[in-house]
Design a protein around this ligand. Structure first.
Ligand code: KPL
Length: 310
């Protein structure tokens, strides 16, 4: 299978590293200088204290993607429209795009842009920290789920998603096909609601959130507010999201959350797609969302207190 991974961030590089051993993997970067650097240096993955180079092909030219089978969209939520608009001309032969963004904002943007290519959603519990261009430190194992959100796709597209899930498994990434991907999307959203903003505000790795009772209480309230929204919307989430969020804190204890990575690099965060999206829906439904509103406010302050690089 030929893969194009759109976005060389932590998850994009981690998936490229996992699939790159056995498949042809192209990494699409909007920055030509960095793409040239990645081509020379390869992906450098540090896992269990050992660094290993993994060959991939990087490019900033979407035309190089002609003939790929599947695109894995791994850009930040806010960058989805721009990344798809830029790469679509090169994705002519692509038969499936799987969107791996955090939060739920991208689900509203993608349908209008991907009218000709079938798309699915990927939700992953994998953790990774980008330590430099193409350099990642593995942050924790986690199940990946993939499924179709929109209308029932045709048989070849279902078969292709099944083949991608097999490739992921053979590359060492536990992966399942989900017939109800909205559930896992919300399961992950609630985890991100509890972890991401708090780690960015406290400037700490995921595991440290469990060190004091005040932070645990904030995490609990943020997740419970989101849980109430999901239940009111009729989304079938997995029971006990607070305990599952704390389990992710433990499983990815040393990981630097994607939001803290963004704040440290002065990049826009995904706050609007995570806690901000919960606040928006809670307000529409007349449900409480004080904690998510407060976390959103504090992250916006952090974003404003330092210059942002898109
Ligand atoms: O998804 C994550 C993120 O950092 O965005 C978690 C699961 C919190 C791992 O860090």
């Amino acid at each position: 299978m030929r893969y194009a991974i759109i976005g060389p961030g932590a998850l994009g590089c981690l998936l490229a590293a996992a699939l790159g051993d056995q498949h042809e993997v192209w990494l699409l970067d909007h920055d030509p200088t960095r793409a040239a650097q990645l081509n020379q240096q390869q992906i450098l993955l540090t896992k269990n204290g050992r660094e290993r180079p993994i060959p991939i092909r990087a490019t900033a030219n979407p035309a190089d993607l002609a003939g790929i089978d599947c695109g894995l969209l791994c850009v930040k939520s806010k960058a989805v429209a721009q990344a798809l608009t830029r790469s679509l001309p090169g994705l002519g032969g692509c038969r499936l795009i799987i969107a791996f963004e955090n939060g739920i904002a991208h689900l509203e943007v993608i349908p209008a842009l991907l009218q000709k290519i079938p798309w699915a959603v990927g939700v992953t519990g994998l953790g990774a920290t980008l330590t430099g261009p193409g350099q990642i430190r593995f942050g924790g194992e986690g199940l990946t789920r993939m499924g179709f959100l929109a209308a029932e796709p045709d048989a070849p597209t279902i078969a292709l998603l099944t083949a991608v899930a097999n490739d992921f498994r053979q590359s060492g990434l536990p992966t399942e096909i989900s017939m109800n991907i909205l559930g896992p999307i919300w399961d992950k959203l609630l985890i991100n609601c509890g972890i991401n903003a708090l780690t960015a505000i406290r400037n700490c790795p995921n595991g440290d959130l469990l060190n004091d009772s005040e932070t645990i209480s904030m995490l609990t309230t943020a997740v419970k507010e989101g849980e109430a929204v999901a239940k009111t919307l009729g989304v079938s989430i997995t029971p006990d999201p607070v305990e599952r969020t704390m389990a992710v804190c433990r499983a990815t204890a040393a990981n630097i959350s994607s939001m803290l990575q963004d704040v440290r690099r002065h990049r826009p965060t995904e706050i609007d797609a995570i806690n901000g999206a919960v606040v928006h829906l809670a307000e529409t439904l007349g449900l409480p969302s004080e904690m998510n509103r407060e976390l959103t406010r504090q992250i916006r302050n952090l974003e404003e207190s330092a210059p942002l690089f898109p």
